[in-house]
Design a protein around this ligand. Sequence first.
Ligand code: ADP
Length: 618
Amino acid sequence: MQRVSRQSAVYWALLAASFGVALAASWTFGAQIDNDAYDWMSRLYQPPAWQPESALLAIDEMSLNAYGGLRGLRKPLAEALERISAASPKAVAVDVILTDASDPETDARLAAAMGATRHLVLACQLLPDYSAWEDPLPLFAEHAEALGHVHVEQPDQLDSVGRSLPLEEFTSRVRRWALSLEAYRVSRGARILESPTDLDVGGRLIPASRADRRLMRIRYAPSSMHIPRVSLKDLLSDPGRASEFSGKVVFAGVTAQGVAKDWLFTPYSAGTPMVGVEIHANAFETIAQGLFITDAPPSAVLAFSLLLVLAIGLTYSRFTGRAANGLAVGILAIAHVTPYWLFTHRIVFSFCTPVSAAWLSLITAGAYQLLVVRRSLRKSEAETDRYRQTIHFVTHEMRTPLTAIQGSSELMGRYTLPEEKRKQIVELINAESKRLGRMIEMFLSMERLSAGQVELKKESFSAGELMAGCVARALPLAERKQIRILTEAAPQDVFLTGDRELMEYAFYNLLTNAIKYSPPRTQVTLAATRKREHAYISVEDQGIGMDQKEVKKIFQKFYRTKRAEQSGEAGTGIGLSIVEQIVIQHSGTIEVMSRPGEGSRFTMVLPAPVSAVLAGEN
Ligand code: ADP
């Protein structure tokens, strides 16, 4: 249970870490990915075309060539304004810088044309250091109903795509609204009412928060639709074209790519930039159509991403295999599709954060599950393997005494045997059935010991007696291999308290192991010493030994070292696990020192209070 909860704590900690990594990554690299996703979604989902309310008076290459470049522009511009005014536009926004004086007569003509234009908005811009506004000359400005700034969002370093525009810009003293907003306002004859979160222009509510420089995302006209445009030269050479401006909000500006410096890419423009005046006309359309796109708050993005991670975490902790993978794919799909679905509802939602959180947590959870499943599979395979070996051994071992018993009893039943022979056979049957009984007992006690079901007797006995009894039993085994058993320390002085039978089992096991895993003609040394409140009972051999890795595993049930298996000695790998249980039940520990090829020393460290010595002496 505890293990399971530790495992799941590790699992959730890993998921939390992957969430953290996803957040950090999207904060670091996410902006450009989100921008690209925004552009892509803008192309994929475009609103239906609408009837544009604006029109462009384009000062294009052709016009510039015809009128001698920017310098010669004021006269034709004056003429164009006169023609446009005659067509009764709703408003006229002139995005041409008019900060310098030119020839007075021309300027006066342009000023007069401006004076005759209703709802005129002129462009202004901030000096690069934001210290002041660069306004049109007063003789022009006085005819304007408003001055509007022409700044589009400073596109970040990453790309040159104009996605939004600040509706207000400041110097330290003077605030100006955007040209597009002013054009809308004057066309409606309204006022701009402000709140911290939006602007209200004649009932049109524009979501643009003050905290965010009143940034407004521009909804560019869909590819299926074009804002009508008339070239300056065409208008002047064909007066009939002025009618195209009737009832429209006119944006006049330089569209010649080489001359206009204020061009930017748009989410739609595959490589072709859009000039400033057209961007302003698009911003105007955004306001006029009320097609605002707002950004979801970062807290919503965070909460959604966290939800995805939790969903993936739960998926992999509750389900496995196909079910888990199927659900995870579904969650991934939700992560990918949600930003797009929200975009179609005019909400911009980060793409990078939820998607990277979902992917990273999926990889983490999937990998973790794979690892855990593999590990437990390998473990259970190894256990089954060892268990099979044991069953094999048990049946094999048990068959030997059984065959002896069967054979002997048959012999006795079939023939009349001399008394001495009969006695011999009865003794054999007796000894073999006892052996069988002991074997069964051993397996049962292993199960009971590990289940903690054995009640320990509390007897007092000397280590010397215990050891001597075991040595006597093990002697035939040692003699067969010509192994000498040497008892070193004075064990009669060391008294123990506990279950004598179990302790004898433990010690006998250590002793027979030492004999089993030693080559012939070596020596096994036994010792029992007492230090303070502890007895140390050790068995040392000059046998095959083990390395440190093996030593760590020998107390596991059914584990046997390779060297032990190669030695040809039969074994189950259970003995030491019982020994350990017995020692633990006696509040003791067991220490092992071993070196491959040199030998091993097993020491049981058991509590031996002084009172036990007295009890033993009595
Ligand atoms: P087994 O029936 O295999 O002897 P044990 O549980 O008694 O089972 O021992 C587990 C394993 O520990 C043995 O198979 C052997 O690999 C190793 N081992 C135990 N005692 C010794 C020893 N004295 N020298 C070397 N290896 C030993």
